[in-house]
Design a protein around this ligand. Sequence first.
Ligand code: URA
Length: 262
Amino acid sequence: MNASPIDISATESLLAFWRDAGVDACYGEAAVDRSYVEPPALKAVAKATASVTQLQTHDAQNDALGDARRLAAGANTLEELAAAVAAFEGCALRGMGARQSVFGRGAADAPVLLIGESPGADETQPFGGRTGKLLDRMLAAAGLTDKVFIINTVFWRPPGNRPPTPAEQAVCAPFVERAMAIMRPRAVLLLGAASARSVLQTEDSIMKMRGQWRDWRLAEGDVSAPALPTLHPAFLLRQPQAKRQVWADLLSLAARVDETPG
Ligand code: URA
């Protein structure tokens, strides 16, 4: 607010009066406590609280990952691995309405490990619904029916059929890796972006990756397998013209299985 000229001249004459009267310092009406430390701003408090929560979440995730590794390492067959998955309580999806864990289907000695995204609603086995029917038809046409064991990147269905989050996939990864170490497959087929990205630890798009063989090597032990990303069958239900590309990938997979010694 600007002071009017009248106020200024009144203030000037009042100050001159005080100066002439010997007043040379100004004090407020109330005493000021200079030892008082202002509390941190609310924003800073919120930030600190968020970091503590993040640390706690991080700790919980590390604990869950430790449990997953321990349980997975104790399994020596796919059957034991299925039981280990069922006993694992560290995946957040468990508490989001999934009724049961969904582990795998197929022949335990199959030469191909096929990894999908996540179980669908009401599926009691991987690809047990409409998407699976299309997948099974394509596998049969490529002569691969009895040559695959199928799992997913997570073992509980996400709510609302949403894709699993990277954190949910990461905590389940020890079981996926253990399946690979137990089976030692001749080849791995990765169905869709969420599967390929999680397994191969990449941000590449599925369109860039599909049809290109990559090396999937486990961090521990001397276990690796050629892995082929392809399009997800659910995508094919929406875009049937893309079946051509998946068909080419399945033929490449079948040839790889035939040419690799068992
Ligand atoms: N069902 C599965 O088991 N996996 C998928 O990725 C989709 C449906």
